[in-house]
Ligand binder design. Structure first.
Ligand code: NAP
Length: 271
């Protein structure tokens, strides 16, 4: 006898599903019972993940999509409805474009535009086509992937920070527009998470990032995915317009001063 899962019978789109947090999220949604639609540009990666999910007894559809292309985003939603009949949940997670750390006046205009095109306009486009499908079905939940950089700026990242702050405004506006029509819209704000970029940065950089965190570690994609599943489930039924940090305490403030390992208050009982 199979156990009831929180998202049994639900259908979810995940953008940026070809790797990292998006791929982990697609796996978690599948394990929670949902059929998943996998969207990103890397068709091979999407088909490999879809095959993995189907081999595990799930339902998955790979839909190669560039989120900067309105027609492609509309096709992503149409393909979902053609295959699964309705849409319950969407995780707008794709990110890209942008520029390496650069003081604002030196940022290329094209690089700024591309950061906004993927990270902000791409989420607007996704919601523009996802929401009508959810209204037709009568209910839906949307999770938009912001960042701690969408709540606390990071110098040098003009494009990314602007987009991630904007995405929180987009999330709140959509939440208000549809709060009384059965659609909940929330955002997540991950801190440093161990995906490809941090893997490429090397062990030393990861250690440095970890030490700057109150929990003294970086997060895992699965820890973000677990929050997505919860926000897509009925367990979070009264939550909309919220932004939830998944950041090991980073946005709470500065960690307490600690002496380096081996230090600490001398033990008065020691001889
Ligand atoms: P990642 O490894 O760089 O993956 C980004 C995903 O977005 C890939 O699947 C990529 O696939 C897709 N993508 C990029 N441009 C696209 C486009 N134009 N159209 C469609 N898909 C596109 O990112 P991640 O680390 O997993 O992060 C996922 C999300 O969490 C992002 O929104 C990111 O800003 C946020 N976040 C991450 C961290 C972290 O430390 N990792 C921290 C805070 C927030 P293709 O290349 O195949 O298109």
């Amino acid at each position: 006898m199979s156990t009831q899962q929180p998202l049994d019978g639900r259908v979810a789109i995940v953008t940026g599903a070809s790797r990292g947090i998006g791929a982990a999220t697609a796996r978690a949604l599948h394990r929670a019972g949902a059929a998943v639609v996998l969207a990103a540009r890397d068709a091979d990666a999407l088909h490999t993940l879809a095959a993995e999910i189907e081999a595990d007894g799930g339902r998955a559809l790979a839909v190669p999509t560039d989120v900067t292309d309105a027609a492609a985003v509309e096709r992503m939603v149409d393909a979902t409805l053609d295959r699964f009949g309705h849409l319950d949940a969407a995780v707008n997670n794709a990110a890209g474009g942008g520029h390496s750390p650069t003081p604002l006046a030196e940022v290329d205009i094209a690089d700024f535009d591309s950061a906004l095109a993927v990270n902000l306009r791409g989420v607007f486009l996704a919601m523009k086509y996802e929401i009508p499908a959810m209204l037709d079905w009568g209910a839906g939940t949307i999770v938009n992937m912001s960042s701690t950089a969408g709540l606390q700026a990071v110098g040098g990242l003009t494009g990314y920070v602007s987009a991630k702050f904007g995405l929180i405004g987009l999330t709140r506006t959509a939440a208000l527009d549809y709060a009384d029509r059965g659609i909940r819209v929330n955002a997540l704000a991950p801190g440093p998470i161990h995906t490809e970029q941090l893997e490429a940065a090397g062990e030393q950089a990861r250690q440095a990032a970890a030490q700057a965190m109150p929990m003294r570690r970086i997060g895992l994609p699965e820890e973000v995915a677990a929050a997505v599943v919860w926000l897509c489930s009925d367990e979070s039924s009264f939550i909309t317009g919220a932004t939830l940090p998944i950041d090991g305490g980073k946005l709470a403030g500065s960690p307490p001063f600690r002496r380096p390992t081996g230090g600490g208050r001398p033990n008065p009982t020691a001889t």
